[in-house]
Design a protein around this ligand. Structure first.
Ligand code: ADP
Ligand SMILES: CCCC(=O)OP(=O)(O)O
Length: 360
């Protein structure tokens, strides 16, 4: 009897897996991948077989047969720019995930692994609100250099889920409310969400505030100089900006809890850097409030960093003149993935087809 939905959420150092029955989370595990293990692979897509086997072993340990799974749902990656929603994983979607059409990121593995497990069982695979969700208004795409348009690469899954949750709490339809949502995790997205659509955001990999691991927006002239300095290869500089910058670059840790301990022990540098991160987040919230012409019903702080009282208080003191601030600490990605698949399985929503939705 096929009763379960298998949920797969690949991150840079772990793969979160869960088994849902309907919308109830029955079992969840964070399968950790050591830096040593991951570094053996040249490209992210090469990790496919290794991560798939970890998932199958976990199912085995839990005594769950793949014959009990009705559908598989994965986090969607850096595909072609696409509208939000639940998508059936087609061959074209898998191909673009393998290529990493907008870049390399662990989320590209979600669709690849989901489809492979689903195909072996003759069932369907889905992704929900992938990182490549693009609902930008035309004006948001203009960067100042015609060759380099601004791109929407964003924590769409959690941003849309918390937006739905807060709209419900306000007894409002999502179409009738505007939010500025800051997803504050390993990467940071600050987004203007107008009636449920993400109409503008920073690129969470390459712009916006600096984050626990990422540099965020950098002075353009200086980064060109650094690129040609001979100090770094292309790969080294990319890795530095995405994984060895932000809190890691200044303080040697990506764990905000460690930084808070340093501050409590009187470390002035740690205080300055932590507050600079909060300050940059606050400034971007103000900027996206302006994108919404100040018509902001709520500011929402979410992601792992939103567990930090110090961080939330700092940002609140900067932005609560704009709108009331809601804190949704952590993220609801596994639940949101399962719900996206469930809405399709139960016929409440029709799965979108990638090839029909994306521009050629
Ligand atoms: N209770 C907490 N207090 C302060 N910071 C926290 C807490 N829990 C998690 N964090 C921080 O949140 C960040 C990770 O956020 P998370 O949303 O889990 O990221 P990702 O899913 O992108 O890896 C880390 O810097 C971590 O230290
Ligand atoms: C590339 C945007 C998505 C992102 O940054 O995700 P993580 O924070 O999970 O790396």
């Amino acid at each position: 009897m096929r009763n379960y939905i298998l949920v797969i959420n690949p991150g840079s150092t772990s793969t979160k897996v869960a088994i849902f029955k309907g919308t109830e989370n029955l079992k969840q595990k964070n399968l950790l991948h050591s830096a040593e293990e991951i570094s053996k692979f040249e490209k992210i897509a090469d990790q496919y077989e290794y991560r798939k086997q970890s998932i199958l072993s976990w199912l085995n340990e839990e005594g769950i047969s793949t014959k009990e799974i009705a559908a598989v749902v994965g986090r969607g990656g850096l595909l072609k720019p696409m509208p939000g929603g639940t998508y059936k994983v087609t061959d074209a979607l898998v191909k673009d995930s393998q290529i990493g059409i907008q870049g390399e990121h662990a989320s590209n593995l979600g669709a690849i692994i989901a489809k492979s497990i689903a195909d072996e069982e003759g069932i369907e695979a889905f992704i929900v609100d992938p990182v490549a969700v693009d609902e930008f208004e035309d004006i948001s795409r203009i960067s100042g250099l015609p060759e380099l348009p601004r791109r929407s690469l964003v924590h769409a899954l959690n941003i849309k889920a918390v937006s739905r949750r807060i709209a419900k709490k306000m007894n409002k339809n999502i179409e009738d409310v505007n939010f500025v949502v800051a997803h504050l995790g390993g990467g940071i997205s600050v987004a203007a969400v107008k009636g449920g659509r993400i109409i503008d955001t920073n690129n969470a990999n390459e712009g916006g505030p600096f984050s626990p691991e990422r540099a965020g927006g950098l002075p353009v002239g200086d980064i060109i100089k650094l690129s040609y300095s001979g100090q770094y290869t292309y790969k080294e500089l990319k890795k530095k900006i995405i994984g060895k910058a932000g809190l890691v670059g200044y303080l040697g840790t990506n764990d905000a809890r460690d930084v808070e301990k340093m501050i409590e022990n009187g470390d002035e540098k740690a205080k300055l850097i932590f507050e600079a991160m909060c300050y940059q987040i606050g400034k971007d919230i103000g900027s996206y409030a302006a994108s919404l012409c100040g018509k902001v019903d709520r500011i929402i702080l979410t992601g792992g960093l939103a567990h930090s009282k110090r961080l939330c208080e700092y940002i609140k003191s900067m932005v609560d003149f704009i709108a009331p601030v809601e804190i949704v600490a952590g993220e609801d990605e596994m639940q949101s993935l399962s719900e996206g698949a469930y809405r399709v399985i139960t016929g409440e929503e029709k799965a979108k087809i990638y090839e029909e939705e994306v521009k050629a």
